[in-house]
Write a protein that binds this ligand. Structure first.
Ligand code: XMP
Length: 504
């Protein structure tokens, strides 16, 4: 009983879902031209028509099933979605001949969709067609200079159209506008972590039954939470944690302690020597990733064969991963990210991906309910190839030791200063150069460590974090004091793009 979002190809469709979730509403995305039976099967309380690149004046433009429009369900049309409503219900849409794009301001607005708003409302526009008259009985509810019908309302008080995008952050009060629609439509706001967890447990029980499940645990919040979910659902499972020797200080012990104490059947494989051996002499970053990925699959496969047979391979795939691999965000493959690719087919596993429709923050909430300690739950993201991609050049045991210690000093300092949660990621990178310094009266050639700290929303773009100078000063002192092999600490002040977050 949530909202069905009919997707007409807008780049913002998944932001609509995100906003709805934030407002405690369940949301499902279906293709814009889905038959009414599929929409009805979701038993939606309301439907949102997304934006999209097509023109409703084009005879081949995608359209919703006409039965939706006579169903009596509350509908909100956004951008192209509003133009569809106008076009299909007898209003008038024209090709305006120019594209309105970017920030704009509503000159006026009125009615229940804007309840509670006062003063200026900035909106994000991205369209070239425009509604010039709403369907019979509907009225214009907002306007701008360029767009006389920037919003419209149906006589039933439950159907609306907005030419702008309330789902993007550039629309001030966008969330309130969506909230007003949900209230007017009577959509229940009942999505909460407890409900999500109960549903996940029920789904895992039903799907897995008495079969066995294998999963890889990386130490990240997604795979740890998945292991806890399998344990909580009583599924027979084996969680495999491959210690490739490229982990952060104390990471393996922390994961072991937390998961075992919460009933996870965990097997830790110490494969440090194997990984060091295959990494010997490898300096090319992509080659490093390939070598590590290959070795990881080998180790995992051995464990799977020994401990098998398993019917399912569980993976902590999240909703944004699903969108990305479906290609709708157009994410290019900049780096070959590391996972157990290829394994499911080779070993004949069926994939179990209970988090496929969750966002990261929702997984974190579920993790809290399942008892995952805060240090693990709120830990910064960490790449699969671990510290190997933070050592520029060859990975050696000596370099790993130096980097691990420097990194631990940084993280401890961040926590002490209350800054850990303020940044998306903060870590040290070991550079393959030695710089000169003086220690006592002697020349000293030490490693150079770069500090990398970024703020980000999703890791796709990032800005370097403006950490206080006093804090940076303290960290540089502590690192050079506590890790004597390090002679110099420098700061990376590049954002993404053009750089990436990791150095390799
Ligand atoms: P980049 O360096 O591409 O990183 O800007 C974006 C985010 O992804 C993480 N990252 C990885 N995560 N396997 C992972 O699981 C990888 O191979 C990998 N490489 C980068 C990175 O830490 C950042 O959060």
């Amino acid at each position: 009983m949530g909202v069905v979002v009919l997707d007409f190809g807008s780049q913002y469709t998944h932001l609509i879902v995100r906003r709805l979730r934030e407002l405690g509403v369940s949301a499902t995305v279906l293709p814009g031209d889905s038959p009414w039976e599929e929409i009805g099967a979701q038993k939606p309380a309301a439907v949102i028509l997304s934006g999209g690149p097509a023109s409703v004046l084009d005879p081949d433009a995608p359209r919703p099933d006409p039965r939706l429009l006579s169903s009596g369900l509350p509908i909100l049309g956004i951008c192209y979605g509003m133009q569809l409503l106008a076009n299909l219900l007898g209003g008038e849409v024209i090709r305006s001949g120019r594209r309105e794009y970017g920030r704009s301001r509503l000159d006026w607005y009125e009615g229940p969709l804007f309840r509670g708003l006062a003063g200026e409302v900035e909106v994000w526009m991205s369209h070239s067609d425009a509604v010039v008259s709403p369907p019979p009985g509907w009225r214009a509810a907002a306007g701008t200079d360029d767009c006389p019908v920037a919003a419209m309302a149906a006589p039933d008080g439950k159907c609306f159209g907005v030419q702008f995008h309330p789902e993007v952050v550039h629309t001030s009060h966008g969330k309130e506008i969506l909230e007003n629609f949900l209230d007017l439509a009577g959509v229940p706001r009942d999505r909460n972590p407890e409900g999500i967890l109960a549903r996940l447990v029920a789904e895992v029980r039903e799907r897995v039954g008495k079969d066995r499940v294998l999963l890889g645990v990386s130490g990240g919040v997604d795979s740890c939470t998945l292991a806890l979910l399998l344990a909580a659902a009583g599924a027979e499972h084996l969680a495999v944690f491959v210690d490739h020797g490229l982990l952060r200080e104390g990471e393996r012990e922390e994961v072991e302690r937390a998961l075992r104490s919460l009933g996870v059947n965990l097997r830790v494989v110490d494969a440090k020597d194997r990984f060091l051996a295959v990494l010997q002499g490898v300096v090319d970053p992509e080659e490093k990733r390939r070598v590590i990925g290959r070795e990881f699959v080998r180790v995992f496969e051995e464990v799977a064969r020994e401990g098998g047979p398993f019917r399912y391979l569980a993976q902590g795939t999240l909703y944004p991963d699903v969108i990305e691999s479906a290609g709708s965000t157009g994410a290019a493959n900049i780096k070959s990210h590391h996972n157990v690719g290829g394994l499911p087919e080779r070993l004949g596993f069926e994939l179990l991906e209970p988090f496929r429709d969750l966002f990261k923050d929702e997984v974190r909430e579920v993790a809290r309910l399942l008892g995952l300690p805060e240090e693990l739950r709120l830990r910064h993201p960490f790449p699969g190839p671990g510290l190997a991609v933070r050592i520029v050049g060859e990975v050696t045991e000596d370099r790993l030791r130096v980097l691990r210690r420097a990194d631990a000093v940084l993280v401890r300092a961040l926590r002490e200063a209350g800054l850990y949660g303020e940044v998306w990621q903060a870590f040290c990178v070991l550079l393959p150069v030695r710089a000169v310094g003086v220690v006592g009266d002697r020349r000293h050639y030490g490693y150079v460590v770069a500090l990398r700290a970024v703020t980000s929303v999703d890791g796709m773009t990032a800005d370097w974090a403006r950490l206080p100078h006093e804090f940076l000063d303290e960290v540089a002192r502590r690192i050079t004091r506590q890790v004597p092999e390090v002679g110099r600490v420098v700061l990376d002040i590049t954002s993404k793009p053009p750089a990436t977050i990791e150095w390799e």
